[in-house]
Structure formats: structure tokens, C-alpha cells
Design a protein around this ligand. Structure first.
Ligand SMILES: *Cc1c(COP(=O)(O)O)cnc(C)c1O
Length: 377
């Protein structure tokens, strides 16, 4: 998690203030692990997880493709060296003028989940390839994405048929089983739905070729998670089960699983106090909180490993909070976090597994705190 390179960087550079340090070697190892686990699937890195230019350049050089959610993300991927044929505009909610801008950049692959969106794509990117996102239940995910994106499979059939009628190329089906998906079997029912859409449209003379199996691959936080290999096996078995020997082209879009364990946040204890003489739990306030990049602690969904130099000392549960003047800026309270009793003001703490969904979630200057700085080494 905190690799020797990251520890050396923090020890020698002594960066001031909270910051994320990302080790590119770990990103490269993760990319290789995905490639080995799912050798027949194209990898489209979900740029929103961490769009640092160094990460995008490394992945572009390794042959990755990119899943982008906005024109700005598309431009970042292009700047990193990806050609337009290696970029998908995977957001189902796009302004028509943004579809037109992507089309002008040469992007030809778009996500949709309703006929209204198909109509925008048909007008702004005539002839483009589209895939339709179907809903999943998100069960087993620690950060579910269900409901907002996708439609039921029966509607996906109509959406793709409508795309054909408007001169687009109906290409396939996509889904996302929910982020930090710890169940390797979660892809099974979504692949069953995808196969149903494929079969029904084939009967109507529309031949789909692509299944976009989304992200969801986990990062190890406090609990062990299955290996990329285990996901690969389970997904391949599900493809066989539902598509027989006609397995389509497939895409995966790892975000968290590509960069989560490559980053560590260095933070500092600002205050340790209690609310009364009889308060059971100490309150530990850090110089980073929900608005400084740790937004995924919302509802205490993601529980990061926290490392201190005093971890050999006895520990007691603490309420852990951020530095801003907003009472929502509490990281762990329902389930207090065990930290060394000797932990004190000014101590450095390392928050591990923070390479994904931290810099992109950090506010620009809430309470005057700077956005999370990042060093990619
Ligand atoms: C966010 C997102 C991903 C990445 O999800 P992870 O769980 O981080 O792997 C992939 N695809 C789409 C469409 C997304 O919105």
C-alpha cells in the first residue's frame, strides 16, 4: 500500500499540508493484472477515478483505452496520447453540444440509456456507434451506482432499435455492477440481461457485437478482496454460460481497481480532544476531511486503512473528523476508528488506498483549504 517509493518521497520531500502521493509502478502492475485476468477484454480506464496526466500518459503508453464522462476528460485522454478510436464517451447524460464537440474530436463510441439520448447522439454525432446501459441491482457493492444510470433490458431493446432507425450503429450493451464490488459473481445476472438483449435484437436483424462490463473491481482497504484473477475467471464463466461459444467483444472499465492502491494520502493530526470529561471517545481532527478528498467516507461507505508511527501502542476507538467548519465533515463516528492512545497533535498519519476518487472529489477552497495536492512518482 504505502510502497517504499512513496515512503521515501514523503520522508525526503516533506511536502507541507495534506497531499496524495501516487506510485506509477503500482498502476502499471494493476494494468498488467487486469490484462492477464481478462486477456480478451479491452481495458478502458475510467478517467474520473484519477485523471493525473502522468497516470493517463502511462496507461496510454501501455495500450489502455479510456472511458470518459465529459469533453474535458476526452481532451485529457487525447493530450495523454490516446487516439479517438481508443476513447469512449461513457456518460449516459450528455449535453447535445458536448456530443457534437466529442464528435468533432473524432470520438465514435457513445453510451445511451433512453431514446431521448439516442436522438441527441443521432443529431450531433451522425453514424456513431452506441451501446445501451442496463440497470443492475448494485448488490455486493460498497459504493453502488444503481438507479441513476441505465434502463431495464426490455427498454434497451427499443433504444437500440431506435438508434438503428436514426442511422446510428447499435453496437452493444453496457452495465456497471457497482463500485468496490466484492462479489466476483455480480457480473452474472447483468451478463444474462445482456445476452437476452443480444438474442432479441438478433431476431430483428440487428447484430450486436460488444458488451461493456464496466468497472467495480475493488481496492483492498481494511478487508481482503478477491484477486483480479478471481474476477476474470468468474466473468469468463458467466460469459460462457450466457453467450455459449459466441462470446462477444468485451470491454472492462476499471477505475478504483486501477489506481486505488497506488496512492497514499499524507495528513496531519490537528487536534485530539473530548466533548466532556466523561466522553468515551476521543475526537481526532485531521487536516483533511470529506471536502479535502475523502468524500467516499460518506455514510462511512469506504473505510480507509490509517497508519501512524505509533501503531505498536495500545489503541482506542476515536471519532475521526476533518478540519472544515461543517458538521458533515466527520469521517467515522457511527463506527469509531481505533487509533493509538498516544496519538497527538502534529503527528503524521498515512491514509492508504486513496489513489482513486480523492483528488477529483476535493473542493476548490471550502473554508479556504486548498484542493488536494497530488504528486505522481
Ligand atoms: C465510474 C465508472 C467506472 C469506474 O468504476 P470503478 O468502480 O471505479 O471501477 C466505470 N465505468 C463507468 C461508466 C463509470 O461511471
Amino acid at each position: 500500500m504505502a510502497t517504499q517509493r512513496i515512503l521515501d518521497f514523503i520522508a525526503t520531500r516533506r511536502p507541507n499540508g495534506p497531499c496524495l502521493v501516487v506510485d506509477l509502478d503500482v498502476v502499471e502492475q494493476n494494468f498488467s493484472a487486469f490484462r492477464k485476468a481478462l486477456p480478451d477484454s479491452a481495458i478502458f480506464y475510467a478517467v474520473k477515478a484519477n485523471p493525473a496526466p502522468e497516470i493517463l500518459r502511462l496507461l496510454a503508453s501501455l495500450g489502455s483505452n479510456f472511458d470518459c464522462a465529459s469533453v474535458a476528460e476526452i481532451e485529457m485522454a487525447l493530450d495523454a496520447g490516446a487516439t479517438p478510436d481508443r476513447i469512449s464517451y461513457g456518460n449516459t447524460i450528455k449535453k447535445e453540444r458536448d456530443v457534437a464537440a466529442a464528435h468533432a474530436h473524432g470520438i465514435t463510441l457513445f453510451a445511451v440509456d433512453c431514446v431521448e439520448e439516442v436522438e441527441k447522439v443521432a443529431r450531433a454525432a451522425p453514424g456513431a456507434r452506441v451501446f445501451c446501459r442496463v440497470l443492475t441491482n448494485g448488490e455486493g457493492a460498497e459504493w453502488p451506482l444503481s438507479r441513476k444510470f441505465g434502463c431495464v433490458p426490455a427498454m434497451a431493446i427499443d433504444v437500440l432499435q431506435h438508434a438503428r432507425e436514426l442511422g446510428l450503429k447499435p453496437t452493444g450493451v453496457s452495465f456497471h455492477v457497482g463500485s468496490q464490488q466484492t462479489n466476483t459473481e455480480a457480473w452474472d445476472s447483468a451478463l444474462a440481461d445482456a445476452a437476452h438483449v443480444f438474442r432479441t435484437l438478433a431476431e430483428r436483424g440487428i447484430v450486436l457485437t460488444l458488451v461493456n462490463m464496466g468497472g467495480g473491481f475493488p481496492t483492498r482497504y481494511l478487508k481482503d478482496v478477491p484477486s483480479a484473477q478471481a474476477y476474470g475467471r468468474s466473468i469468463f464463466d458467466a460469459l460462457r454460460r450466457h453467450f455459449g461459444n459466441r462470446i462477444p467483444e468485451t470491454i472492462i472499465e476499471p477505475g478504483r481497481g486501477m489506481v486505488g492502491d497506488a496512492g497514499v494520502i499524507k495528513a496531519e493530526v490537528v487536534l485530539v480532544s473530548r466533548k466532556s470529561d466523561t466522553d468515551e471517545n476521543r475526537w481526532v481532527y485531521l487536516d483533511i476531511g470529506k471536502f479535502g478528498g475523502l468524500a467516499e467516507t460518506m455514510d462511512e461507505a469506504i473505510r480507509y486503512p490509517i497508519v501512524t508511527a505509533r501503531d505498536d501502542d495500545a489503541k482506542e476507538p476515536c471519532v475521526l473528523a476533518g478540519p472544515t467548519c461543517d458538521s458533515a465533515d466527520v469521517l467515522y463516528e457511527k463506527k469509531p476508528y481505533p487509533l493509538p492512545i498516544s496519538l497527538t497533535i502534529g503527528d503524521e498519519v498515512l491514509i492508504e488506498g486513496t489513489g482513486a476518487y480523492t483528488t477529483t472529489y476535493s473542493a476548490v477552497a471550502f473554508n479556504g483549504f486548498e484542493p488536494l495536492k497530488a504528486y505522481v512518482i
